[in-house]
Design a protein around this ligand. Structure first.
Ligand code: CP
Ligand code: NVA
Length: 308
């Protein structure tokens, strides 16, 4: 079976740290890698919308000398065919598959059929490619990940699932500061691993949590597929009230260190998990973080294809 990346726990800590270190090197010195994936194809399959994931994977493949094909599931036969069979067929054409599916179960099915590595481009449970870029950004900015205190505020979700596991793999300390878990994202097996680590903690108190934080991180309280859905309007309203104390804003940053980095996977919802201005705070690294999606994914694709 090929090596897939559906969740961070699919790879080892050594592999994660290797990909991050090599991605930083490749970012600094990209020229030797220009033809490294010449003749190779990445199939990109999207059931949900995207800006960063779509552009960064496609540009990454171009910069490595390969080619990427973009397809939305509604323009494929995935709605009427067995998804494992469709994954197998695509893997007979492409060298890598990256898919953003609504349900993890569909991604797992696709990977079960695929004869080439499948990368999770964000489902309801995980966003591992994001976490690689996040830890890469931390390492670039702080020159280390070891013992760095990363505090995630908001809702426990796909992004925090991948970030927490990647943080522990990278030797960081991780604080999950949430009043609630997204029920669709709960991974009991991973939670048991995290809760057994003395570098992982959970709290519901944001002011206590951000003390001595090296990084404060947040994500949307409402995932993309629900954000504008009228059927989700009441729950959106409820979440707005529940999660507002966990908003990252300048007042909360007064309780963290002067140097605390502000991170967000984007897209940000200003007035929700970020206030209107904190995205542009001097400590915000969100745009470098978004750029690093490109570099980390180049590292990931090279690793999955045995080039690094
Ligand atoms: N962070 C992220 O995955 O962004 P997109 O939804 O725009 O791809
Ligand atoms: N939790 C967010 C991540 C966006 C990249 C979502 O699923 O919409």
């Amino acid at each position: 079976m090929p090596q897939h990346l559906i969740a961070i726990k699919d790879i080892t800590a050594d592999a994660l740290n290797h990909i991050i270190d090599r991605s930083i090197e490749i970012k600094k010195n990209p020229a030797p890698w220009h033809d490294s994936l010449k003749g190779r194809t990445l199939a990109m399959i999207f059931q949900k919308t995207s800006t960063r994931t779509r552009f960064s994977f496609e540009v990454g493949m171009t910069q490595l000398g390969g080619h990427a094909i973009f397809a939305q599931t509604q323009h494929t036969q995935m709605g009427i065919a067995d998804i494992a069979d469709e994954g197998k067929v695509i893997s007979r054409y492409a060298d890598l598959i990256m898919a953003r599916m609504r349900y993890n179960a569909d991604l797992v099915a696709m990977a079960s059929g695929s004869e080439v590595p499948v990368i999770n481009g964000c489902d309801e449970k995980y966003h591992p490619a994001q976490a690689l870029a996040d830890l890469m950004t931390v390492k670039e900015k702080l020159s280390r990940t070891e013992d760095v205190k990363i505090v995630y505020l908001g809702i426990a979700n796909n992004v925090s699932n991948s970030l927490s596991m990647a943080s522990i793999y990278a030797g960081a300390r991780f604080t999950l500061c949430v009043p609630e878990f997204d029920p669709a994202a709960v991974d009991e097996e991973q939670l048991a691993i995290l809760r057994a680590s003395d570098r992982y903690e959970e709290t519901a108190d944001p002011i206590e949590a951000v003390k001595n934080a090296d990084v404060v991180y947040t994500d949307t309280w409402i995932n993309m597929e629900f954000f504008s859905d009228p059927a989700f309007a009441d729950e959106k309203e409820r979440r707005l009230k529940t999660f507002m104390p966990y908003q990252i804003n300048e007042d909360l940053l007064k309780h963290s260190g002067q140097e605390t980095l502000v991170m967000h996977c984007l897209p940000a919802h200003k007035g929700y998990e970020f206030n209107e201005t904190v995205m542009y705070h001097p400590n915000s690294v969100v745009f470098d973080q978004a750029e690093n999606r490109l570099h980390a994914q180049k590292g990931l694709m090279l690793w999955l294809l045995g080039k690094i």
